[in-house]
Design a protein around this ligand. Structure first.
Ligand code: FAD
Length: 334
């Protein structure tokens, strides 16, 4: 019988709340475990006073939870978190370690991989686990036109960061799992702590997070000005949705900020409705919207590549279409 594969998911938490991406990665780990038939999913949670959070993790797919509850781990810090995780990994020797590709995950994962002397595939959009324990880590390359398959054949653990918004969490209401309380003192020594974070300042961007919106009205370079951009904002408001953008629109400063950019270096979104205007359909952008429900695009160039991916194509100047659409929606509402 093949050796049992152990898949670790490092849980990110802020103020005792599990990051959405960690639950998404747990969901994917469950799927991998089911595919490999003989695998165990282990969640690893670091923080301070996070017992209640750890108790919830089996409901999201963890067979077992390692909980390191220590006041020194209240706020994420690269040196403290990597020290604790390195010691745990060296002791437990998991086969696979998965981390969400959030701002802190993107820092923590390469630090850990370097300390452990193993490889890391960053920003994966899919994973496969074979029964022999080989993890295939899939990463879009050349703007999503090619999917690279990355392997870590020799070193262990096999490590990957996972792009947020790609996988769905699982909810297994009645499920329980083993919670292993670790002793922080034996995993982290005060002498190793070079920096101390004293407080956390959370700056939430205004408006609905683009990953959660059912409707996204997205604009690109073709929108032409900040003034025209307001039309997209008004439309998104009528739909109770969010505004997304391409890289050129972000660079022009028309948009709400980096958090609204969609694509290979931005967000992956899955709205029920994506309405794109003045967007050509470059692969870098399209890779972020490919799982949307209905795609409607407005482009004055009837050969624009975005039309190949759209359910409804409007070959027209957006200035002739969107104001009328806005007016009709408002009329219908009132
Ligand atoms: C490494 C790398 C990573 C990248 N990552 C991303 C990413 O994550 N997300 C992203 O979006 N881009 C990304 N890019 C940029 C990407 O390659 C494209 O350049 C970009 O997506 C194009 O944006 P756009 O469609 O707004 O502009 P354009 O390609 O210039 O298209 C503008 C479109 O607007 C249409 N148009 C013009 N006027 C009107 C009008 N009045 N009415 C209707 N239509 C009109 C035109 O016909 C045209 O099709 C990346 C690039 C690189 C090199």
């Amino acid at each position: 019988m093949e050796k049992k594969q152990v898949i670790w998911v490092i849980i990110e938490q802020v103020q005792g709340k599990t990051a959405a991406v960690s639950l998404e990665v747990l969901g994917k780990a469950c799927q991998l475990a089911a595919e490999a038939a003989n695998a165990q999913v282990v969640a690893v949670a670091l923080g301070s006073a996070i017992g209640p959070l750890a108790q919830q993790l089996p409901k999201h797919g963890a067979d077992k939870v390692f909980l390191v509850d220590d006041p020194r781990l209240e706020l994420y810090q690269n040196d403290t978190y990597s020290s604790v995780l390195r010691r745990l990994i060296e002791r437990e020797r998991p086969d696979v370690v998965l981390i969400g590709a959030s701002a802190s995950g993107e820092e923590l994962a390469p630090t850990l991989a370097a300390q452990l002397g193993t490889g890391l595939a960053a920003h994966c959009t899919n994973l496969r686990l074979a029964a022999d324990g080989t993890l295939t880590m899939l990463v879009p390359a050349f703007g999503g036109q090619v999917i690279g398959e990355i392997f870590c054949p020799v070193q262990r653990p096999q490590m990957a960061t996972i792009k947020p918004g790609v996988f769905s969490p699982v909810g297994l209401a009645e499920r329980t799992g083993e919670i292993v309380q670790e002793d922080g003192a034996s995993l982290l020594y005060d002498a190793e702590i070079r920096l101390r974070a004293t407080r956390l300042v959370v700056e939430e961007p205004p408006g609905m997070p683009i990953e959660q919106a059912d409707v996204i009205v997205a604009g690109g370079w073709g929108i032409g000005s900040r003034e025209n951009w307001r039309l997209l904002e008004e439309l998104a408001k009528e739909f109770n949705g969010a505004v997304g953008c391409t890289r050129p629109a972000l660079d022009q400063g028309w948009t709400g900020g980096e958090h609204t950019m969609i694509g290979s270096s931005g967000k992956t979104v899955r709205p029920k409705l994506y309405l794109g205007a003045g967007i050509s359909g470059a692969a870098h952008h399209m890779v972020g919207i490919k799982d949307s429900g209905v795609i409607i695009s407005v482009n004055r160039d009837k050969t624009a590549p975005i039309f190949q991916f759209s359910d409804y194509c409007v070959a027209a100047d957006f200035r002739d279409v969107l104001p009328e659409l806005l007016a009709q929606i408002r009329r219908a509402k009132h």
